[in-house]
Design a protein around this ligand. Structure first.
Ligand SMILES: Nc1ncnc2c1ncn2[C@@H]1O[C@H](COP(=O)(O)OP(=O)(O)O)[C@@H](O)[C@H]1O
Ligand SMILES: [Mg+2]
Length: 310
C-alpha cells in the first residue's frame, strides 16, 4: 500500500465535434508513485504531462483505464483534500498581498483563523516571502509568483503535492529555489510529483522519473538506474603530482583499458550560481545594520565634537 498514485492502462483521447479522434494525449499509461518520493514526469511539449496530471486530479475523465490516488478514485472528495496542486500558470489576485492570498485560500479549505495564521507564517517563511508579505502579489517577480503559488498549494497541508512545470520561465536562481523547496517538502515526508520538459532542472531532485513521448511511457526508473553507464568508471583525483596520474594511467593502459584523462569543467549554471552566491556574501559583510552603526558612530562623534566646540 505504498503507492500514492497508480495508473493502469490509462488512456485519454480528445475528440472533435464529430467524435473523431483528435489527439491521443495519454496512451496506455502504467505509472506508480510511491509514498515519500519525488517523482518526475518528463517529456517534450505535447507529450501528455498536463493531461496526465488533470486525470490524476479528477479534472478530466479517462477514455479508458484506471487512476487511483491514495487507493481511491481522484473524484473522491477526501482525496482532493489531501492533494496540493501548483498549475503551470497560477492565477493570483494581483491586488491581494501574500498574507491576504494565503488567508483567502485557507478560508476556501475551511481552516480556522488561528490555523490560517500559523500556516501562513510557516509557509511564507519556507518560501522566503516574509520580507515581501505586505506587497501586492501583482508586483512580484516571476520567481516570487511561483513561490507564492506553491505556498498557496500547501495551505491545506497536503500529503501529495503535484506541480506542473514549476521551473519553466524562471531564471537559474528561481529554478534553484524551486528545487530547494521540493527537497524541503520531501524532508517533511510529502510525496511530490513534478512535471517538466527541462530535464536538467529536475534530474538531481527526483528519486524516480518517467519519460513520456506522444502520450506513451518510454522509460521509467530511478535517475541513477537510467543514467548510470555500467561500462564506464570515472576517477576524480586532486592533490597529486601529474607524474603520479601518468603512472596510474599507464598501468591502466597496460591492461588495455580505454582511458580518457581530462580536467573537468563546471557547468555554466554552477558557475553562475556560485558567482552570485559569492557576490551576495560579500554584500552581506557590509550589511545595512553595520553601515547604520558606523554612520551613527560617526554622527555621535560629530555631535561630541560640535558640543565640545560649542
Ligand atoms: N482540451 C484538449 N483538446 C484537444 N486536444 C488536447 C487538449 N488538451 C491537450 N490536448 C492535446 O493532447 C496532447 C498532450 O497535451 P498536454 O497534456 O498538454 O502535453 P504536455 O503537458 O506534455 O505539454 C497534445 O497533442 C495536445 O494538443
Ligand atoms: Mg503541459
Amino acid at each position: 500500500m505504498d503507492a500514492v498514485v497508480e495508473t493502469i492502462g490509462l488512456k485519454k483521447v480528445f475528440r472533435d465535434f464529430w467524435h473523431r479522434d483528435k489527439a491521443r494525449a495519454v496512451d496506455d499509461l502504467n505509472l506508480t508513485v510511491r509514498r515519500g518520493e519525488v517523482f518526475g514526469l518528463l517529456g517534450p511539449n505535447g507529450s501528455g504531462k498536463t493531461t496526465t496530471i488533470k486525470l490524476l486530479l479528477g479534472l478530466l475523465f479517462p477514455t479508458s483505464g484506471t487512476v487511483r490516488v491514495f487507493g481511491l478514485s481522484p473524484r473522491n472528495i477526501s482525496v482532493k483534500s489531501r492533494i496540493g496542486f501548483l498549475p503551470e500558470e497560477s492565477y493570483l489576485y494581483k491586488y491581494l498581498n501574500a498574507n491576504e492570498t494565503m488567508d483567502f485560500y485557507g478560508r476556501l479549505f475551511g481552516l480556522s483563523s488561528s490555523e490560517r495564521k500559523i500556516r501562513t507564517e510557516k509557509l511564507l517563511k519556507m518560501s522566503g516571502l516574509m520580507p515581501s508579505r505586505r506587497r501586492p502579489v501583482g508586483e512580484y517577480s516571476k520567481g516570487m509568483a511561483r513561490r507564492i503559488g506553491l505556498a498557496q498549494a500547501l495551505i491545506n497541508d497536503p500529503d501529495l503535492v503535484i506541480m506542473d512545470e514549476p521551473t519553466s520561465g524562471l531564471d537559474p536562481i528561481g529554478r534553484q529555489e524551486v528545487r530547494q523547496l521540493v527537497l524541503e517538502l520531501k524532508k517533511l515526508g510529502k510525496t511530490v510529483l513534478i512535471s517538466s520538459h527541462l530535464l536538467a532542472d529536475v534530474e538531481d531532485i527526483c528519486d524516480r522519473i518517467a519519460i513520456l513521448y506522444a502520450g506513451r511511457l518510454i522509460a521509467e526508473g530511478s535517475v541513477k538506474e537510467l543514467l548510470t553507464r555500467k561500462d564506464v568508471t570515472h576517477i576524480s583525483v586532486s592533490g597529486v603530482p601529474r607524474s603520479t596520474v601518468e603512472r596510474v594511467v599507464n598501468a591502466l593502459r597496460d591492461e588495455s583499458a580505454k582511458v580518457d584523462v581530462n580536467t573537468p569543467m563546471s557547468s555554466l549554471e554552477e558557475f553562475f550560481l556560485s558567482a552570485i552566491r559569492d557576490l551576495e556574501s560579500a554584500e552581506r559583510q557590509k550589511s545595512p545594520v553595520e553601515q547604520v552603526k558606523i554612520a551613527s558612530a560617526d554622527e555621535k562623534q560629530s555631535v561630541i565634537e560640535r558640543l565640545t566646540i560649542d
